[in-house]
Design a protein around this ligand. Structure first.
Ligand code: TXA
Ligand code: MG
Length: 321
């Protein structure tokens, strides 16, 4: 398949964006930027188009997709029931990096929700994403735009590397994203539960809305996982990743590499100034280390800050230890 690559700042960008919006309406695949990571989008009301998302990514078919909307009316058009929590939370955090899981209605195609009775909805805070949704006139289902299992894409070059020739359009933007996928918050039952930690934390939710939030115990056995995506190994570069302690020094790299029978010259130690820097750069650093031919990546995580939980969640899923 020929992929049309569109770049923000290029002369005919607005015209090309409209063309991509038409393509979405017609059941095609479009990669677009959001404030978190790039998304691989298709019309959420078109079952065949959504199946193509899974094919393009090599994604397991039991892992449901987040649906992106441009306004509240579009969000309401997808759900069967909601309560005050949704209104309060949407007012406080949309447009923004949080997805709400709600009871879906019949308009949401089967493939989007992978057999669940719910749909995850997000209104992104990115002008290109919003314009794409508005111009196409339909809600856009979009997982992160990486080949399944690989680090989420936070730079244009990552999506071009993973998905060109697998999708119809790629919209490139250098507006620097948050770098970490949205918080996924379950509002489909009485308890308000974080299914995937992200930029918006339980503390922020409680402070802004007074709503008490529970954290999902991913290790607890349930017959149908609440958020199927959480059970797969994720975010992995080709190199093996290990998390090291706070007191790990650059001079310890040799010993660690030897203990794994890897040349220390093929070992990359990643350290970060603070939690925001780590979120912004972790996935990009994984990809760069692969590109540079490293075989072992050691990460010294930042042990405080609002993004601690989200950073550790992503890191642990990529790690061997
Ligand atoms: O920031 C983001 O959320 C990005 C951008 C593109 O919006 N998207 C993203 O999508 O990270 P994805 O597919 O990589 O992750 C979606 C997560 C998965 O863990 C999935 O299981 C969960 O959301 N999810 C989707 N629909 C759900 C539902 N109905 N119930 C529970 N979890 C759901
Ligand atoms: Mg993903």
């Amino acid at each position: 398949m020929d992929t049309v690559i569109i770049r923000e700042g290029q002369g005919n960008f607005d015209e090309k964006l409209l063309e991509a919006a038409e393509a979405i309406k017609d059941g095609k695949l479009v990669v677009f930027p959001t404030e978190t990571v790039f998304g691989l989008g298709a019309n959420a009301l078109n079952d065949e188009a959504c199946k193509d998302i899974y094919r393009a990514k090599g994604r397991p078919s039991d892992n449901p997709l987040i649906v992106h909307v441009s306004d509240m009316e579009m969000a309401f058009s997808l759900i069967r029931e909601y309560d005050d929590r949704f209104i309060k939370l949407a007012k406080a955090f949309w447009q923004g990096p949080i997805s709400f899981v709600l009871k879906k209605n019949h308009r949401v195609c089967e493939t989007v929700s992978a057999g669940l009775d719910t749909v995850a909805i997000r209104m992104p805070n990115h002008p290109i994403a919003l314009e794409l949704i508005r111009s196409s006139g339909v809600p856009i289902a979009a997982p992160s735009a990486n080949i399944s299992g690989r680090p989420s894409p936070t730079r244009s070059e990552h999506v071009i590397f993973d998905l060109s020739s697998r999708v119809d359009y790629i919209i490139c933007s250098d507006a620097f994203p948050i770098g970490l996928e949205s918080t996924v918050l379950d509002l489909s039952s009485q308890d308000t539960v974080i299914l995937r930690p992200g930029w918006v934390t339980a503390k922020m939710i409680e402070k802004k809305t007074g709503i008490k939030v529970k954290s999902h115990d991913a290790n607890k056995e349930v017959s149908v996982p609440k958020s199927p995506g959480t059970k797969y190994k994720h975010y992995s570069p080709k190199a093996k990743v290990y998390m090291v302690d706070e007191d790990f020094l650059a001079s310890d790299v040799d010993d660690f590499a030897r203990s794994k029978s890897i040349d220390s010259k093929k070992t990359k130690l990643l350290t970060y100034e603070n939690d925001v820097e780590m979120a912004k750069n972790l996935f990009a650093d994984f990809r760069q280390a692969d590109k540079d031919g490293f075989e072992l990546i050691l990460v010294k995580p930042v042990k405080d800050g609002d993004l601690l939980e989200a950073n550790l969640n992503r890191l642990k899923k990529a790690c061997e230890n």
